[in-house]
Write a protein that binds this ligand. Sequence first.
Ligand SMILES: NC(=O)c1ccc[n+]([C@@H]2O[C@H](COP(=O)([O-])OP(=O)(O)OC[C@H]3O[C@@H](n4cnc5c(N)ncnc54)[C@H](OP(=O)(O)O)[C@@H]3O)[C@@H](O)[C@H]2O)c1
Length: 337
Amino acid sequence: MKAFEVLDNFGIENLSSVTRPDPKPGPGEVLVKIKACSLNYRDFLMITGQYNPRQKLPLVPLSDGAGEVVELGPGVKKVRIGDRVCGIFSQGWLAGAPRLENIRETLGGPLDGMISEYRVFPEEGVISFPEHLSYAEASTLPCAGLTAYNAVVTFGELEPGMTVVALGTGGVSLFALQFAKMLGCKTIVTSSSDQKLEKAKSLGADEGINYTAKTNWDREIRKKTDMKGADLIIEVGGAGTLSKSVQSVKPGGIVALIGVVAGGGEANLSLFPILMQGIRIQGVIVGSRSDFERMNLAISRNLMRPVIDRIFPYSEFPKALEYLRDGKHFGKVVIEI
Ligand SMILES: NC(=O)c1ccc[n+]([C@@H]2O[C@H](COP(=O)([O-])OP(=O)(O)OC[C@H]3O[C@@H](n4cnc5c(N)ncnc54)[C@H](OP(=O)(O)O)[C@@H]3O)[C@@H](O)[C@H]2O)c1
């Protein structure tokens, strides 16, 4: 079978399509013919060595993908041939709070990921996805979809009419917008692009703020919430935006700390608003298999469809990564295999 590998050095230029032996499922395992994968910013960081410089190579990248079960190993009970499934981001995290041993077993690093023709999983490592979704749409769920679901639905403590702010118009943020609308919340989206803000409004965003034109976007958020602050911020910027996110949230509100697109490492942050106003900074690390099951139910009942910006063919995987790196996308970038 063919698969992309980061060969012996990090970097998009070191990605190569190679031939690997066709995998066979062992006891309790299933063989999946991968149909589509989606890109996450994490994949870009992993491939360029910024996520984990000690990641062993070669690595098949990409955490997120969907495909069809084509063979079962002995003793498989819950999965059938023909099932349309996604791989689970943290293969061993089935339910409950994150534990070190299972949040480290993630696809696309350290474990081989999804951009290959076939992949073998333990049967618990795959999950059926909502019937109304295509393989391309389903491929966006395991990391971006589930992270947004947990930030908004599990941790958000939201009620209809409350305000959710999503930073940017990338994969996680647009899922968060959709889940927040599902709960009847008011939504504010920020973006570097007025065009993207218009698109976000057509998806249901109530307000848009261009964060490059209005660098004091935290003040804009307060203005748009009667100076009260938002109830939940989907914080994907990290060090570069956290301080302003804290300024944007109401006393007792939640900042769901998810990503680092505007800078990782150490944030220059005043702690006083956090403790004087009882603000909660809630780290989010994707989610478990049982969270995925709950998300699937919500997506099915609401016939929600993930937002796909563009689909690239397998051979253009490096080009697709550059497209993601350059921030041209609105929602998800997908590779069809
Ligand atoms: N903790 C977890 O479990 C988890 C899970 C998934 C993702 N993540 C992390 O979350 C982050 C987002 O991931 P993603 O896959 O959604 O990325 P993505 O699709 O590449 O989207 C990134 C978006 O962020 C926006 N952005 C860039 N700089 C910004 C800034 N200074 N202020 C506000 N927005 C800015 C841009 O929106 P515009 O183009 O509209 O300006 C860009 O499209 C990444 O750091 C990723 O590693 C973490």
